[in-house]
Design a protein around this ligand. Sequence first.
Ligand code: HEM
Ligand SMILES: *[C@@H]1O[C@H](CO)[C@@H](O)[C@H](O)[C@H]1NC(C)=O
Ligand SMILES: *[C@@H]1O[C@H](CO)[C@@H](O)[C@H](O)[C@H]1NC(C)=O
Ligand SMILES: *[C@@H]1O[C@H](CO)[C@@H](O)[C@H](O)[C@H]1NC(C)=O
Ligand SMILES: CC(=O)N[C@H]1CO[C@H](CO)[C@@H](O)[C@@H]1O
Length: 327
Amino acid sequence: MACPKLFLSCLLLQLMFLFLVPEAAQGQGLKVGFYRKACPNAEIIVKEVIGQVMSVAPSLSGPLLRLHFHDCFVRGCEGSVLLNSPTYQAEKDAHPNHSLRGFQTIDRVKTALEKACPGIVSCADILALVARDVVVATGGLFYYVETGRKDGNVSTSKEALNDLIPSKANITTLKIDFAKRGLSVKDLVVLSGGHTIGTSHCPSFSNRLYNFTGKGDTDPTLDSNYLARLKLSCKPDDQTTLVEMDPGSVRTFDIKYFNLIAKRRGLFTSDAALLDDSQTKAYLDFQIKTGGSTFFKDFGESMVKMGRIGVLTETAGEVRKVCSKVN
Ligand code: HEM
Ligand SMILES: *[C@@H]1O[C@H](CO)[C@@H](O)[C@H](O)[C@H]1NC(C)=O
Ligand SMILES: *[C@@H]1O[C@H](CO)[C@@H](O)[C@H](O)[C@H]1NC(C)=O
Ligand SMILES: *[C@@H]1O[C@H](CO)[C@@H](O)[C@H](O)[C@H]1NC(C)=O
Ligand SMILES: CC(=O)N[C@H]1CO[C@H](CO)[C@@H](O)[C@@H]1O
């Protein structure tokens, strides 16, 4: 059931499922269709706004998917990544966050939802739904998103610096950091596939081009032709240039990024590291060999698991009126 090829029939199937979805999937107080009674159109509204945004600003697909990941990995999926701090000490002010974008889109979705059902849909859920809709809009497979998260009231840049995984992370660190959050080695390789869309700033990988071990050297595991090309795009102190992580298919959700990793053209050390573990490597090899036979479905399953990290439900937390501010 690959959406890219059978787009229309897939869409129809998804629409059918919207009405027939089972109440089955449950996780930590979350459930599929949480807003069905209180805000029956919630998911349709999110999808509409994201459809509009994608039609005028498709380059926001990467940033919007990434926001949910950053939210979940710091303090859990409770919308803290969206909070502003007057003193620039919030998560979004932390260094690894310098590249976060898409906040205005989240505000737009929130405004539309507040108009339809004031005070009902949390910002944390908006991030989860938007991530799904972006995956679908870029050619990935639809999956059911569990909802029912509440929003937290704490966001600190210090936590973001501690909890966000650096792009230099090796496979050991990656596995530990995922396991800490209840995510498996399979989730690690599957979710890293999110790098099939979007762009990166040069500093996230320039150590591999210019100063890999502090001796002005390059990363020997990076394909040398690719390295030369990246050097053309990124001069040593370039802080602003954006590089496509999956060149040529940066707006398409596909398995090409796995192909690149296997060819030693993964952009980050953390991507290249997926070749250093037999399980992650076997997963890559299998997806490449079979044209991503299970990747699209696996991605939805791993996203649902990621969406359960540290959630606040029921009376814990609140539903923010404005996503950048506690009530
Ligand atoms: C495994 C650990 C991960 C590391 C170390 C990592 C690291 C990074 C880095 C360094 C960037 C580029 C930031 C910049 O310089 O602009 C990036 C971008 C991105 N990441 Fe990850 N990431 C990880 C996991 C994930 C996951 C789990 C997802 C989602 C499922 C994700 C989705 C994205 C997307 C979509 C972008 C592109 C953002 C844009 O276009 O602006 N990443 N990631
Ligand atoms: C992986 O990175 C961690 C943290 O930087 C480091 O302590 C560890 O020695 C590294 N492991 C390997 C196998 O390189
Ligand atoms: C490379 O890294 C080392 C150690 O971090 C640093 O002392 C040196 O100045 C760096 N060289 C360049 C050219 O950035
Ligand atoms: C933050 O939320 C917690 C529970 O979610 C609550 O106990 C606490 O009083 C709140 N703090 C502020 C400053 O609103
Ligand atoms: C957009 C944003 O918040 N950028 C910040 C990222 O982090 C650096 C370093 O902490 C800040 O100087 C930026 O303002």
